[in-house]
Design a protein around this ligand. Structure first.
Ligand code: SF4
Length: 86
C-alpha cells in the first residue's frame, strides 16, 4: 500500500498519476472533528454524532477530485488518499 501525504503539489500530481483504487483514510489522532471535509464533500463524507467524518470504503472516479481537495484543505493533515488493492 502506498500512502501519499498531501501537503504539496508534487505529491498531488503523483496521486493523479499513480493511484488505481484511491480510498480516503482519516488519521484519527489528528482529526479535530469540525467537519470541513463533510462541508466540501457532503455526498461522500458523512459525520457521526460527534462531528467526526465517516468516509466510504471506496471512492467513485468522479469523487476523486473532490477527495483530493478535501485532503489538501484538511487543517490538521488528518485526511489521506491511499492506494489500496481492489
Ligand atoms: S477536515 Fe480533517 S480535521 Fe476536519 S473533520 Fe475532516 S478529517 Fe477531521
Amino acid at each position: 500500500m502506498h500512502i501519499f501525504h498531501l501537503d504539496g503539489l508534487t505529491q498531488l500530481a503523483r496521486i493523479g498519476d499513480g493511484v488505481v483504487n484511491p480510498k480516503l483514510r482519516v488519521d484519527w489522532p489528528l482529526c479535530c472533528g469540525r467537519g470541513l471535509c463533510h462541508e466540501l464533500m457532503p455526498d461522500v463524507v458523512a459525520l457521526d454524532e460527534w462531528g467526526y467524518p465517516i468516509v466510504p470504503d471506496s471512492l467513485e472516479s468522479h469523487q476523486v477530485a473532490d477527495a483530493r481537495e478535501a485532503v489538501r484543505v484538511c487543517p490538521t493533515l488528518a485526511l489521506r488518499l491511499v492506494d489500496a488493492p481492489r
